[in-house]
Design a protein around this ligand. Structure first.
Ligand SMILES: Nc1nc2c(c(=O)[nH]1)N[C@H]1C(S)=C(S)[C@@H](COP(=O)(O)O)O[C@H]1N2
Ligand SMILES: [Mo]
Length: 213
């Protein structure tokens, strides 16, 4: 990988080549600095682990009263939720009205019972990717362990069989191939957060990078 500054600058330059449709931001629907795309870009570290649904496990560990491991069958047996949400990537693309199906993370957390001092989580992908969020960011009704998108099973390149979906944050917070959620009493910056990305990642505040590039 080239030095990070070069890498981020190249991404920003590429994104600026795109154009925005005025009608998308006039109604306040698209955050500043984003442009709407009609396709579904694939972005990751390149490993793309192939996980069979029957072999997928999600381990909830850390500051919990009832740590647990969830299987695919257990996930499907929980109440299923559909959300239609816009997703915003820090590399400046936005996809509108993306339909997802999955289980609300609050359902799982309810079972694992975070202890009173639990405040932050680290999301772990099977490719060793990590990203961090405050526990409170995961309690929204639109935060899913998603296993379907666009009316079909979540494809491997988008994090299938199961990924996290956190629509209220830039998309790097939505860990693909999710296999672990560790709950902590302190914040622990993840892969991109230790490499210059903003810790909080709210697209409506343009929290892209920890410093200006
Ligand atoms: N496990 C894992 N999750 C990941 C990543 C990754 O490299 N590994 N990349 C993140 C980034 S930077 C983005 S923009 C989105 C891209 O998701 P997509 O490929 O489905 O568009 O996944 C996020 N989740
Ligand atoms: Mo990203």
């Amino acid at each position: 990988m080239p030095p990070l500054t070069t890498f981020i600058q190249a991404k920003i330059k590429a994104a600026r080549r795109g154009t925005r449709r005025p009608e998308d931001f006039e109604d306040g629907r698209v955050p500043r600095g984003q442009r709407v795309v009609d396709h579904f870009p694939v972005l990751d570290l390149g490993a793309r682990p192939k996980i069979k649904a029957a072999e997928w496990r999600l381990e909830l560990s850390g500051t919990l009263e009832a740590p647990l491991t969830l299987t695919w069958d257990e996930l499907l047996a929980l109440p299923q939720t559909e959300v239609i949400v816009d997703i915003h990537c820090v590399t400046h693309w936005t996809r509108l009205d993306v339909p997802w199906v999955g289980v609300r993370l609050q359902e799982i957390l309810k079972r694992a019972r975070p202890l009173p001092e639990a405040s932050h989580v680290v999301l772990h992908g099977a490719d060793n990717y990590t990203t961090n969020l405050p526990l409170s960011d995961l309690l929204g009704d639109d935060v899913l362990l998603a296993h379907r998108v666009d009316g079909r099973p979540l494809p491997t390149e988008h994090g299938g069989p199961v990924r996290l979906l956190v629509p209220q944050r830039y998309f790097w917070k939505s860990a693909k191939w999710i296999t672990g959620i560790s709950v902590h009493t302190e914040d622990q910056p993840g892969f991109w957060e230790t490499r210059g990305y903003h810790n909080a990642a709210d697209p409506w505040k343009e929290e892209r990078y920890a410093r200006k590039y």
